[in-house]
Design a protein around this ligand. Structure first.
Ligand code: HEM
Length: 528
């Protein structure tokens, strides 16, 4: 390992790496090390980062090197294993065979399955909530204004909500709202259409989403310092954990009482039971999915709605609306919902928005560590010995300047044929193929996200239906809204304290999973 470039201090100790991660500054540090030392750098005595080429994604993820023990701490319910936490490939494959069919696109689209209904119903509720809480102002979003569970939120420090005294078109905290949507979808998908949460219809219950965030904020201690977790946890964290466990167990008890088939296909709970995993052994899988499946989706939806709401991006919002009206006409009633998910899935501009958002604001920008297994890995004339932890950094790959010009900027048109450059079909296809090779929003290889299809269809349904009915603006009671197109930065320490502009408050947290540093995003909605 002495031949691998990197700073001396990282070579002799793991402490610098841990310290940067504790301070939420590690992604930027790894990017800086790559700039200084090149595509292969040493991160700690036993850990290497490789970036700058899709070859690394292929060697590490497509070739399925096993996960490092970073993931072993994602067990639940007293250390019970699950698909995400399992390390060895054979064990993982055994788990994957039990459930993977339920997550395929054809299973989601199947009319005999409840999943499409779950997504459409949740979308309809989303439209209703936006109407009631913002458009008509009948049920203002007071549950998110001063939440004891969101210590980073502006409302926690200062009264600002609706200081203009509006009666209509009020701000809604969309990060939490999208978290609720995603929790309702994932819990109903995993447990059956009548057995999941209904946070959309019950605003007073939405605090559970904020409580999940409090527990997730312990990521450093959970994954890297599990022995010190209890020492680091505050009373609030402990309380949130108790509440979340109770919330989950209530859902699982309801689902077990109502075990009926989810259409033709069974639910994840039933598939696990059928494969001999019962009680906490099944719950560990479900709990992981409830966590993994709602926060990641909420982050994506929140950043996309935010990007569309920025004044400089008004033309993007208009282009999306144009695409929707051209394909579906205009809504007749206020609760009309586009439910042709197959057609939605194919809309080019909506697709470009989803892709660009998952590139710039990927929910998991941090390294996905794997272990060099039996054989030495030879790269750039360097020999990386078996047992070394190795990873790519999605944040860096998504910003590879030779593939994504002006990489920090939000430019959905990069996913469409370049109209002003008269790009041929062949040139367009090979450019997109190359861009896709560098994308890892859902991971790559056999350990790639199992819920990807559900998340993508759910996000498309939510964004399409919102902008079919409404247009949005950043709430200028919440923050000073800037009209420039500057990229959103990474890392809380980039932001003056307290942040006053939308770009400050939407700065991305520098960690394995990201979120807006203020843990909130207030948007106002207007009928089209
Ligand atoms: C936009 C939303 C989502 C994003 C960005 C996302 C991203 C990811 C990523 C990057 C991984 C691989 C992580 C790693 O190897 O370190 C992963 C794994 C996983 N995700 Fe997601 N995810 C999303 C939604 C979901 C949903 C909705 C579900 C469940 C319905 C889900 C279930 C899983 C599972 C089970 C794994 C582990 C797969 C395995 O090891 O075989 N995810 N996800």
């Amino acid at each position: 390992m002495w031949a691998v470039p990197g700073p001396y201090i990282h070579r002799v100790s793991r402490i610098p790496s841990l310290n940067y991660q504790r301070k939420h500054a590690w992604i930027r540090r790894v990017c800086q090390l790559h700039q200084q030392y090149g595509p292969v750098v040493l991160l700690s005595p036993n850990e290497v980062s490789v970036n700058g080429s899709d070859k690394f994604i292929h060697d590490i993820y497509t070739h399925n090197l096993p996960k490092s023990d970073f993931y072993a701490n994602f067990t639940n319910h007293g250390g019970k294993d699950n698909i995400f936490a399992s390390l060895a490939n054979d064990k993982h494959l055994h788990y994957k065979k039990m459930i993977h069919k339920l997550y395929s696109k054809s299973a989601i689209f199947s009319k005999e399955n409840d999943t499409r209904g779950v997504i459409v119903d949740a979308t309809r509720k989303l439209i209703e909530v936006v109407h009631q809480s913002s458009i008509s102002g009948q049920q203002p979003d007071i549950h998110c204004v001063k939440p004891q569970f969101n210590l980073h939120a502006k409302g926690h420090r200062k009264a600002w909500f609706n200081k203009s005294g509006r009666v209509r078109n009020l701000g809604i905290e969309t990060f939490t709202l999208f978290g609720c949507l995603a929790m309702d979808v994932v819990s109903r998908f995993e447990l059956g259409k009548d057995n999941g949460s209904d946070l959309m219809s019950n605003p007073q219950q939405r605090r559970i989403v904020m409580e999940h965030r409090i527990v997730s904020s312990m990521g450093f201690w959970t994954t890297l310092m599990p022995r010190f977790w209890e020492w680091a946890a505050t009373k609030l964290v402990m309380q949130c954990l108790v509440d979340i466990t109770q919330f989950q167990l209530n859902l699982y008890a309801l689902a077990e009482k109502n075990l009926i088939s989810n259409g033709k296909n069974s639910t994840t709970l039933q598939a696990l039971n059928a494969n001999g995993l019962h009680g906490e052994y099944a719950y560990s899988f479900l709990t992981d999915n409830l966590f993994a499946g709602h926060e990641t989706t909420a982050v994506q939806l929140c950043y996309l709605a935010y990007e569309l709401s920025r004044p400089a991006h008004a033309p993007l919002q208009a282009q999306l609306r144009q695409e929707l009206v051209a394909n579906f006409g205009r809504p007749t009633f206020k609760n009309d919902v586009i439910d042709d998910l197959e057609k939605l899935d194919k809309l080019p501009f909506l697709n470009a928005l989803i892709l660009e958002n998952s590139r710039v604001h990927t929910s998991i920008p941090g390294a996905e560590p794997r272990v060099v297994d039996q054989n030495t890995y030879q790269v750039n004339n360097l020999k990386i010995p078996a047992g070394t932890i190795i990873s790519c950094l999605p944040y860096a790959l998504h910003r590879e300047p030779s593939v994504f010009p002006d990489p920090d900027s939000f430019k959905p048109h990069r996913w469409l044929p370049l109209s002003n450059a008269n790009e041929s079909h062949e040139a367009y296809t090979s450019r997109i193929k190359l861009q896709q090779k560098y994308m890892m929003p859902f991971g790559k290889g056999i350990r790639m996200c199992l819920g990807m299809n559900i998340a993508q269809i759910e996000m498309k349904a939510a964004i399409a239906n919102l902008y079919w009915h409404f247009h949005s603006q950043i709430d200028d009671d919440w923050c000073q809204v800037l009209d420039n197109d500057d990229p959103i930065k990474l890392g809380r320490d980039n932001v003056p304290s307290p942040g006053v502009t939308d770009q400050d408050l939407m700065c991305m947290n520098d960690y394995y999973t990201t979120s807006p540093v203020g843990d909130e995003c207030w948007l106002r909605w207007f009928e089209n």
